[in-house]
Design a protein around this ligand. Structure first.
Ligand code: ATP
Length: 607
């Protein structure tokens, strides 16, 4: 029941042969246990505890998505809980509005707050977001505590209980079902989301944004989306909190609680959905015990549990940074992904240019890094159905030229045209949309995703499922099409047997091949390969060369940077040679081999 599909073993069971996956069984089992608990004669105190755990877990689920998976740290989730709680508290007590309507209003206000905050801060990198969320949490808390109409520090009293189908949910044992229903649905939503087209894009946010952008993903958009989802989870929790406690005051929505939610996420396992529940449970239960024990031991009253939590946090970050749940989940059986895509329809393909048509025109491109001219007015073109090599000694500017062409770097001068359209100045995702795909000199991937999932990310622009569809599991047809395409491309480069391996566990040569399969899954007209043969054995290089020839025969064009001269000479029609950022020569492999200029450049002698 590991939340993030850490690896992706694939069984070849016939479609429909096994309806219940281990994960679904785990969720169903958990739901049954939670449903039965309040029916047992457990004391009211424990029902209350469980209600708090469900409320906290809902907030922490948002943090799992935002911080654990997306890599964006927020100390301000308590403020979003506060918006949900205060909106309902105020509107129900002052205006008599139905709590079900106030839920919608609260979520709308939460979304507005998240969008404004996210829009301002998510483009910034580094510590701006955590700092902004701290500022936001403090500011909102201060506002709540100083507004006359919100009851200042005393807050608002007399919040009505929730009514559902004529049932009064005032008793804790009844509201329990709503709280835990929301928490479980929230967990299922996150599990579904992570195992989907948008989920793979979200999983790339933490360490592979350049790659994700090159696959057509707007990483900024996904950052805003997960920030929004996390805020909405917090907002719902706040709404339930208000109608559970029947009173609100500013203290549970301050920065202390913002930190505590993050603490729960770290303790449970910040990248793991089920860690949200274990983290919330452990922190809540231990905190209660410490609040009783510590003042007795020390002899004076005070919030000493915070000191213990601080120490535990430091120890955990040092010795068990993955948190409780992942340490436990290691012992659970690994769930195989069912290979149910055999009969899926193929993904749409883009029309291919006719052989010989001009495809890529690089006109006097230039890149300066401060005083260093890494690429100096270089021009060349690639025609449809051609393989062109870009070679040169180390530091000649080949990778920089690739980055300029594919939009990863901005140009200092010159123009890049792709199939009659000027593309310089466009972000790499827009260039990918126009039919250019690439691999990277240093492999860029999501190591904790399977090979199959990494390659399926290449099909991002050929599919459309968004977060809502993914969370509701309405994207399965499209997912099957994506996996079918991913498997096809892996078969093509001879890696079908490794599709269920974790990408991070592959040797470097195979990771490079996986990148080629991912680039092919974008259905490119022009493929840019940066040192594709590096790390491959002789036979693997020969197999790769025959795949690339096959691609050319299918009408694809290739531009490749490669240091293996045999590989380049036997594969390419034309070669562009660079040295010190300049274009030294352009010609057929025979011309390049015969050139004394090229020999001198490689030997480092004067010419
Ligand atoms: N982001 C950067 N900032 C500053 N200088 C850079 C940057 N990227 C590359 N350079 C410099 O630009 C020059 C060209 O580098 P580039 O990586 O494009 O060469 P290359 O031909 O791909 O070399 P190699 O074959 O070793 O990969 C080098 O001198 C490099 O140090």
């Amino acid at each position: 029941m590991s939340s993030r599909p850490a690896s992706d073993p694939v069984t070849t069971a016939a479609p429909g042969a096994r309806r219940w996956s281990l994960q679904s069984l785990g969720i169903a089992g958990f739901a049954v246990v939670m449903a039965v608990l309040p029916l047992l004669p457990i004391p009211e105190f424990w029902v209350t505890q469980l209600n708090y755990i469900g409320l906290y877990a809902t907030v922490v689920l948002g943090l799992v998505l935002l911080t654990g998976v997306g890599g964006l740290t927020s100390f301000g989730q308590a403020a979003f809980v506060g918006i949900g709680a205060y909106t309902s508290a105020y509107l129900t007590t002052a205006w008599g509005v139905s709590p079900w309507l106030t839920l919608l209003v609260g979520l709308a206000l939460t979304a507005l707050g998240a969008l404004v905050l996210g829009w301002i801060t998510l483009r910034m990198s580094g510590h701006y977001l955590p700092l902004a969320t701290i500022a936001w949490c403090l500011a909102l808390n201060y506002t709540m505590a100083n507004m006359e109409w919100l009851g200042k520090y005393d807050g608002l009293l007399g919040i009505p209980s929730l009514q559902l189908f004529g049932w009064d949910l005032a008793p804790g044992r009844r509201l329990y079902y709503l709280i835990w229903g929301v928490a479980l649905l929230g967990a299922i939503g996150v599990v579904n989301l992570l195992d989907s087209r948008p989920g793979r894009a979200i999983r790339a946010l933490k360490g592979a944004t350049t790659m994700a952008e090159a696959m057509g993903v707007s990483t900024y958009r996904y950052k805003v989306i997960i920030f929004l989802i996390a805020a909405l989870y917090a907002g719902v929790s706040g709404w339930l909190f208000a109608h559970f406690q029947r009173t609100v005051n500013p203290s549970p929505f301050g920065i202390k609680w913002g930190i505590e939610y993050l603490f729960m996420a770290v303790v449970g396992g910040v990248g793991s959905v089920w860690g949200a529940f274990s983290g919330a449970a452990v922190v809540k239960l231990v905190e209660d015990q410490l609040q009783v024990l510590l003042p007795r031991l020390i002899g004076t009253s005070g919030n000493y549990e915070i000191i213990v939590f601080g120490i535990v946090l430091v120890l955990m970050l040092k010795y068990a940074p993955q948190g409780l749940w992942p340490s436990f989940a290691r012992w659970l059986p690994r769930e195989p992904r069912r290979r149910d895509w055999a009969d899926a329809a193929p993904l749409p393909e883009r029309p291919k240019p006719r052989p010989g048509e001009p495809l890529l025109e690089v006109r006097s491109v230039r890149k300066q890094f401060g005083g260093l001219v890494a690429v100096n007015d270089v021009s060349f073109e690639v025609r449809a159905g051609e393989i062109v090599g870009l070679i040169g000694p180390n530091g000649a500017g080949k990778t920089t030229t690739f980055n300029l062409i594919s939009g990863v770097l901005s140009l200092s001068g010159g123009e890049v045209w792709l199939y009659g359209q000027r593309v310089d100045g466009l972000p790499s995702r827009e260039i990918a949309r126009r039919g250019m795909s690439r691999t990277f000199q240093h492999v860029r991937m999501v190591p904790e995703m399977s090979v199959l999932e990494n390659v399926a990310l290449g099909g991002y622009l050929r599919s459309s499922a968004g977060c809502a569809r993914a969370m509701l599991r309405l994207d399965r047809d499209e997912e099957r099409r994506l996996f079918k395409e991913a498997e096809r491309q892996l078969q093509r480069i001879g890696m079908a047997a490794q599709m269920h391996e974790l990408a991070g566990n592959l040797p470097l040569g195979q990771q490079r091949l996986m990148e080629i399969a991912r680039a092919l899954a974008t259905d490119p007209t022009l493929l840019l390969l940066d040192e594709p043969a590096a790390g491959l054995r002789h036979q693997e290089k020969q197999a790769l060369a025959s795949v690339l020839r096959q691609l050319r025969a299918e009408g694809m064009s290739l531009l490749l940077v490669e240091h293996d001269m045999d590989f380049v000479m036997n594969l390419t029609e034309r070669i562009v040679v660079m040295e010190f950022g300049n274009k030294l020569l352009e010609g057929t492999p025979a011309e390049v081999q015969a050139s004394p200029l090229v020999r001198a450049a490689y030997l480092g002698t004067e010419h």
